[in-house]
Design a protein around this ligand. Structure first.
Ligand SMILES: Cc1cc2nc3c(=O)[nH]c(=O)nc-3n(C[C@H](O)[C@H](O)[C@H](O)COP(=O)(O)OP(=O)(O)OC[C@H]3O[C@@H](n4cnc5c(N)ncnc54)[C@H](O)[C@@H]3O)c2cc1C
Length: 340
């Protein structure tokens, strides 16, 4: 295990913005992780756990700590019955490769989350989701290194307090747990409608009426190729803003003014409003703001076209959030976390 110094973070983040980190290291097993974390604690060194950097941004100044990349492998069927297969997966496995393997095994549960750039260890952090599925639907439990006690612990689905693009790992317990494996329970039955609207539209357009995990994976991949810019060619962090969640009274008020405002019921009197729609209504779709392009195909995505650094990104973010706030009285939140 090597510890590298003065590493430019932008080479490791899909937004391609950020200064250097003082130290960076990879760990490929629990003993290495324990050793690294013990050393960091002894030296009072701040640390940040990095996956593939697709949902993280960094400031321009040096991060004065240690960036740890968890690359623990593993893919093991741990239980099976007539209707389900339960698989334990190492945090260092690439999410989409795991989706591909589950689809090859004809298992249902994560196929609509194809092509999400992620390591498996990062997937629970924001409860990744797409096209009607989210990780919380299939995650049984996970194992994590609890930095407060220096030991591996097991957390159940309930312990993770998953909600829409959120979990205890993002805010409440940020930095406490380093996820080392996840355990998913997938299903042997065929996928059944109703499907997410965009997916159903695709099936209708292509005359698809027989549904398998493979059919869904292929459809999702094609839809995503059209909607999302490839970070390797056009640097971005996927959705830069979370969709807004508002209360019934606020929805009623807004619908009086904007009767065409799309909204989706989330239960308990809460509604999801696509932030992309709000941003588009403010006229930002396709605009270049401080070197950041608001994606013409999906206004939730900001593309780093010519930003000089974090300052430009934060100016673009402020302009968008303030305009949405002024017009709709909705405060939209940034999705990517920041290395700090
Ligand atoms: C083009 C594009 C499309 C995207 N599409 C989607 C989508 O459809 N749905 C969706 O939900 N997201 C999407 N995202 C966001 C992103 O893919 C997810 O958030 C993903 O889980 C991030 O994984 P990562 O390995 O890149 O983690 P990183 O971005 O490196 O890290 C994300 C967070 O997880 C933490 N973390 C990473 N590994 C661990 C670990 N082992 N233990 C504890 N904490 C850890 C980090 O500290 C950080 O807080 C997209 C991003 C891009 C660029």
């Amino acid at each position: 295990m090597n510890v590298h110094t003065n590493i430019p973070l932008k080479n490791y983040l899909s937004m391609k913005i950020g200064g250097t980190t003082r130290f960076m290291t990879d760990v490929s097993n629990i003993d290495e992780l324990h050793q690294v974390m013990t050393n960091a604690k002894t030296q009072n060194l701040p640390f940040f756990i990095l996956g593939s950097g697709s949902n993280v941004i960094a400031r321009d100044d040096e991060y004065p700590g240690l960036v740890v990349r968890v690359r623990i492998p593993g893919f093991e069927v741990v239980a099976e019955d007539h209707s389900t297969t339960t698989i334990k997966i190492g945090a260092g496995e690439i999410w989409d490769e795991v989706v591909a393997r589950s689809v090859d095994m004809n298992l249902v549960g994560i196929e609509a989350m194809s092509d999400i750039p992620s390591y498996c260890g990062a997937a629970p952090v924001q409860n990744i989701g797409a096209y009607g599925q989210e990780l919380a639907d299939t995650l049984v439990s996970l194992e994590a290194y609890d930095t407060s006690v220096g030991q591996i612990v097991s957390l159940s689905n309930d312990d993770c307090k998953f909600t829409y693009r959120d979990s205890i790992f993002r805010v409440e317990e940020q930095g406490r747990y380093i996820i080392t494996s996840i355990t998913l329970q997938l299903y042997k039955s065929a996928p059944t409608p109703p499907f997410y609207q965009a997916l159903q539209n695709y099936f209708d357009e292509h005359g698809i009426t027989i549904f398998t995990p493979k059919v869904i994976r292929e459809a999702v991949s094609e839809i995503r190729r059209e909607k999302l810019p490839d970070p390797a060619k056009r640097p971005n962090s996927g959705s830069f803003f979370k969709n807004a969640i508002i209360d019934q009274w606020q929805l009623d008020e807004l619908l009086r003014e904007y009767s065409d405002m799309p909204h989706y019921e989330m239960g308990e009197g809460r509604y999801k409003i696509p932030s992309g729609w709000l941003i588009e209504q403010c006229g930002f779709k396709g605009q270049l703001l401080h070197g950041m392009r608001v994606n013409p195909a999906n206004a939730l995505v900001l593309i780093n076209e010519s930003a000089s650094g974090y300052l430009d990104l934060s100016l673009a973010r402020a302009e968008i959030t303030q305009t949405v706030q002024d017009r709709f009285r909705i405060s939209i939140e940034q999705e990517p976390l920041e290395i700090a």
